[in-house]
Design a protein around this ligand. Structure first.
Ligand code: NDP
Length: 326
């Protein structure tokens, strides 16, 4: 038996408990993993609080990511003892996830953990950090090099934003970190932010086009934040959009696209093809300053997961939440 967070639904009410689960209850899959660490991401908070219909079947073990060691494998690429990481693929939504002592999954969903990243560091990065890497790669693909100008990052004190800030700074970009929490300014500067932007500047309804300020952007917020960001991107700049912390809407106009040639790139980590994942994890291993990563981490036991989840919805989480499971 092992501990697991279990979400269940009775009639209309959702229950979440720390439960004892046996390996026999795990879903089908060709690889069994002893989970070492999982994390809390924004999506896990939506699942655990029931604030959004993230969970597609019940009962469900949440946890959209985990790192661990293979115990049993019928998959050609994995053998017992291999260190692996998993992000997305509907795990923690449709298939039992990482907030449990063990997980049985499809081997095709796993990525071998690069040497140089520990099991704990893998989850300090987690899906938020891997998504931040995908966003940086998306800007690079658009030709947004450090010499083009400053990059704006929204939700900078949160999980995706913290890792994005550190990754960009490590590559020589100047980062304008947008935050609604001025008290986190020193934290953001310690991650490498060159300037701090008050979230209020991007929150109201803005003009279709504003002064050209930033060469590129990484947005976790959506809604007016993304609309105002787009309106302030320099000619031929690009924004990588991955989140909806401010809302799912996008009250923008086409002006930035048709008058400034701005590109809006959507970033999805869940169904991202394996080759890109492996590339992203390799780049995380080479680019991310692990001392900065340490500064982002708060560690909580499984027993505190249920009480911590609502804090994401209030925007109170700083950096990354790591959950040791073993
Ligand atoms: P966090 O809660 O750690 O960070 C979100 C941050 O957004 C907050 O810390 C806060 O930062 C900021 N924020 C909160 N409310 C608002 C608001 N109303 N307006 C503007 N900014 C706000 O979450 P994560 O970093 O884990 O995830 C961020 C977003 O990215 C989520 O929407 C998540 O669903 C999405 N995501 C998407 C993925 C994908 O595959 N597309 C993968 C991973 C995440 P501050 O206080 O500094 O302003």
């Amino acid at each position: 038996m092992f501990d697991a967070i279990l979400i269940d639904k009775t009639d209309d009410a959702q229950t979440v408990t720390l439960s004892d689960v046996s390996p026999d209850q795990l879903p089908e899959g060709d690889v069994l993993v002893d989970v070492a660490y999982s994390t809390l991401n924004y999506k896990d908070a939506l699942a655990i609080t029931g604030a959004s219909p993230v969970v597609r079947s019940f009962p469900m073990v949440p946890g959209i990511d985990f790192s661990g060691v293979v115990v049993e494998s019928a998959h050609a690429d994995y053998k017992p003892g291999d260190r692996v990481v998993l992000n997305g693929w509907g795990v923690g939504e449709k298939h039992w996830g990482g907030l449990a002592g063990q997980a049985r999954v499809k081997g095709d969903w796993l990525v071998p953990l690069p040497d140089g990243i520990s099991l704990r560091q893998a989850m300090a990065i987690g899906t938020a950090g891997y998504t931040a890497m995908l966003c940086v790669l998306a800007l690079e693909t658009q030709g947004i090099t450090p010499d083009k100008g400053e990059i704006v990052v929204s939700g900078a004190a949160g999980g995706v934003g913290s890792v994005a800030t550190a990754l960009l700074a490590a590559r020589g970009y100047e980062v304008a970190a947008v935050t609604g929490r001025p008290a986190e300014a020193d934290y953001l500067r310690s991650l490498g932010a060159a300037s701090i932007v008050d979230r209020a500047e991007l929150s109201g309804k803005g003009r279709p086009l504003a002064k050209e300020r930033w060469a590129g952007g990484i947005d976790v917020a959506g809604s007016t934040v993304l609309a105002n960001m787009l309106a302030s991107i320099k000619y031929r700049g690009a924004v990588a959009a991955c989140g909806l912390a401010a809302g799912m809407d996008l009250p923008a106009t086409v002006a930035p696209f048709i008058l400034r040639g701005v590109t809006l790139v959507g970033v999805d980590s869940v169904m991202c093809p394996k080759a890109e994942r492996v590339g992203a994890w390799k780049r995380l291993a080479s680019d991310l300053d692990l001392a900065k990563l340490d500064a982002m981490v708060t560690e909580i036991p499984l027993s505190e997961v249920i009480d911590t989840a609502p804090k994401f919805l209030d925007g109170q989480i700083r950096g990354r939440i790591v959950v040791p499971v073993a």
